[in-house]
Design a protein around this ligand. Structure first.
Ligand code: HH2
Length: 274
């Protein structure tokens, strides 16, 4: 299996690491640290040097309770950074739900769109279909502002699986070829801790849909509640969750700490090959 992302063909024989670069004032774990253009560029370069296979740039925080960012602000944060990094030898992914931002980011060199709305906003499917970039379709229930207010499911795994199958079908019908699509259950997006853990256990049933699965557990608040640690002290818990996701069938891990996760994966790879 390979993932097609613009000019890149990423082999999926070993788990890939997507390094997070938040160009935001308010992200939950590193808000403000990389809002400055040069700081974001330097951080992206260091994640690439640490072994990131994909870099994911977000200019709008989607943490629970976050308020929306305007198109103009998102573009003003993203475009100078993409422009400076477009020749890096790894795909640049942009974490956005806005079709205008998708189009401009792709024109500025992005090779992947990571959409927490799974291309549901009007014009989003067409924006991605008109390009050759990869796309991550994520499940969430509700909007970031209110999504953690008592989310309920009859069967979280079946509902998330059916939603992702539907969005993958919509993307294929719009002209996005299957080898460009990644699916993500959206840990923490309208889910209780019990829902997140159920989905982590049942990741294989989402992987069975035949698309690579991305898992984003890095520093998330479920890990904070399990360990009693603030976001900056959740690395050990994040590594444990990353390995459990890989054992469950995840092919891409979205992480803030690339170097440390790479080391954890080396141990898993050696174990898997032994
Ligand atoms: N999680 C976050 C943002 N984008 N995209 C995908 N596909 N999967 C995720 O789990 C995911 C995501 C939240 O993390 P972060 O970017 O660190 O925080 P914020 O949204 O506050 O910027």
């Amino acid at each position: 299996m390979t993932l097609r992302c613009g000019r890149f063909d990423l082999p999926l024989g070993r788990p890939l690491l997507m390094g997070v670069v938040n160009i935001t004032p308010d992200s939950f774990s590193d808000g403000g640290a990389f809002l400055d253009r040069d700081a974001a560029i330097a951080h992206a370069r260091s994640l690439a040097a640490d072994g990131a296979d994909i870099l994911d740039f977000g200019a709008e925080s989607t943490r629970p309770g976050a308020s929306a960012t305007s198109e103009a602000d998102e573009l003003a944060r993203l475009l100078p950074v993409l422009d400076a990094l477009r020749d890096l030898p790894v795909p640049l992914s942009v974490d956005t739900r806005k079709p205008v931002v998708m189009r401009e980011a792709i024109a500025a060199g992005a090779s992947m769109i990571n959409d927490i709305e799974a291309l549901a906003l009007p014009g989003a499917l067409a924006a991605v279909a008109a390009s050759d970039c990869g796309v991550c379709l994520m499940h969430k229930k509700g909007d970031p502002a209110t999504m953690q207010d008592e989310p309920r499911y009859d069967d979280v795994v079946a509902e998330v699986r059916a939603f992702l199958a539907g969005r993958a079908g919509a993307a294929v019908a719009a002209g996005v070829s299957r080898e460009r699509i990644v699916l993500d259950p959206g840990f923490g997006f309208g889910k209780t801790d019990a829902h997140n853990l159920r989905l982590l256990r049942a990741l294989g049933s989402i992987a069975d849909l035949g698309f690579p699965v991305l898992a984003g557990w890095s520093r998330k608040s479920t890990l904070g509640r399990l360990t009693g640690r603030p976001a900056q002290e959740r690395l050990p818990a994040s590594l444990a969750a990353a390995l459990l996701a890989v054992v469950g069938g995840a092919k891409i891990l979205r992480v803030h700490d690339v170097r440390e996760t790479r080391d954890a994966l080396r141990v898993w790879e050696a174990w898997a090959a032994s």
